[in-house]
Design a protein around this ligand. Structure first.
Ligand SMILES: Cc1ncc(COP(=O)(O)O)c(C=O)c1O
Length: 349
């Protein structure tokens, strides 16, 4: 089929801002937002605003944002209820203190209610904070150092894809296995026998630059059995799947509960918050042995945003609606007949 011709986008303002950005900051914009990751000259760089599922660039071009800001925008860009809750907190209470506000307990209670592995919760800020904390907890709990990983887990030293600036001694403690292959995981566990602190895996496979792979329950169960047989903590990195694959994450959808889970992105519809949730026995190393603290971790604006986002996700049954629409969209792209009702999922609770 001949590709449809579209007029070339006008991107003059984006390009001019990018020239200035390169003078102000190395490379202008960081990492995956750099133009070389896209079709150069055919993709905007600076965004002016967002509304609903759309973004508008500084040249006035309007797009449907299929990336959802790399995941967080699960309810749309101008979700009034979430923003109003945040404004109320800002105006009536404030949000940055040396001590914690009650919103923290409320949020942790909500995560415990929704997420199967969550007996205790630690709120942090970014996905990389959460995956790195999960690792530290696993190392503290097992008194071991090696980490087996699979997929993208953030920009911190132990897992960054580009090794510039990272000590070789840090990288030597992390080894990768192949998503979908229990043999690959078993071989790595054998190679590092008795030294593996944790196996961290994105339950739905999305190794960098490879297609997304849906797991079978048997595969995730196999990963869990192998990790436990070797005395390692199993961490599901649910930064992408959390509050999206189902309300309780991929662990709920596929029925396999890990020891620890990391959540972020969709959790607060764009506000910067993430968390580690997991079994009390393991999380308890943070009572004294393992240190976790940051000036902004207890800030409550993001907690209030997360609470409101979760309320809407539950009330509107958002994950099911995403599955239905996604299934229909994929079927149409493939030229298949969509199932009339999509692929609905009943939450097992
Ligand atoms: C599975 C997964 N883990 C961790 C991260 C890191 O999160 P952040 O970019 O918020 O640090 C990402 C980010 O895309 C991710 O997809």
């Amino acid at each position: 089929m001949a590709a449809k011709e579209f007029p070339k986008l006008k991107l003059d303002k984006s390009m001019a801002m990018f020239e200035e950005a390169k003078r102000l900051s190395p490379g202008g914009v960081m990492g995956i937002r750099r133009p070389y990751n896209f079709v150069q000259g055919e993709y905007p760089i600076f965004i002016d605003r967002g509304y609903g599922g759309h973004i508008v660039d500084v040249d006035g071009n309007d797009y449907i944002d299929m990336l959802c800001a790399y995941g967080p925008i699960i309810l749309g860009y101008d979700e009034k209820e979430v923003n109003e809750a945040v404004k109320r907190q800002m105006d009536e209470r404030g949000f940055c203190f040396s001590l914690v506000q009650p919103a923290q307990n409320e949020l942790e209670r909500r995560v415990v209610d929704l997420v199967p592995c969550a007996e205790q919760v630690i709120p942090v800020k970014t996905g990389s904070d959460a995956t790195t904390l999960a690792l530290r907890i696993a190392r503290g709990y097992t008194d071991r150092e090696v980490v087996l990983r699979c997929g993208y887990h953030g920009w911190h030293d132990w897992c960054v894809e580009n090794h510039g600036g990272v000590p070789a001694s840090t990288l030597a403690l992390t080894d990768e296995f192949e998503y979908g292959s229990l043999e690959s995981l078993e071989a790595k566990l054998e190679a590092h026998k008795g030294k593996v602190a944790c196996v961290i895996i994105t339950p739905v496979g999305h190794p960098l630059a490879k297609p997304v792979e849906e797991p079978t329950k048997a595969y995730l169960e196999g990963v869990k059995e192998l990790a436990h047989a070797h005395g390692a903590v199993l961490v599901f990195d649910e930064i992408r799947t959390g509050f999206r694959a189902s309300l309780g994450g991929a662990q709920e959808r596929y029925g396999v509960t890990p020891d620890l889970g990391t959540f972020g992105k969709a959790m607060a519809n764009g506000y910067a918050i993430s968390c580690v949730a997991g079994k009390r026995e393991i999380m308890q190393v943070c009572e004294s042995k393992v240190f976790v603290s940051s000036t902004f971790f207890p800030n409550s604006l993001e907690m209030v945003a997360a609470l409101k986002t979760m309320e809407i996700l539950v009330r509107e049954d958002v994950p099911n609606s995403i599955w239905k629409r996604g299934t229909k969209f994929l079927a149409e792209l493939r030229g298949e007949q969509p199932e009339p009702a999509g692929r609905a999922f009943t939450m097992p609770r």
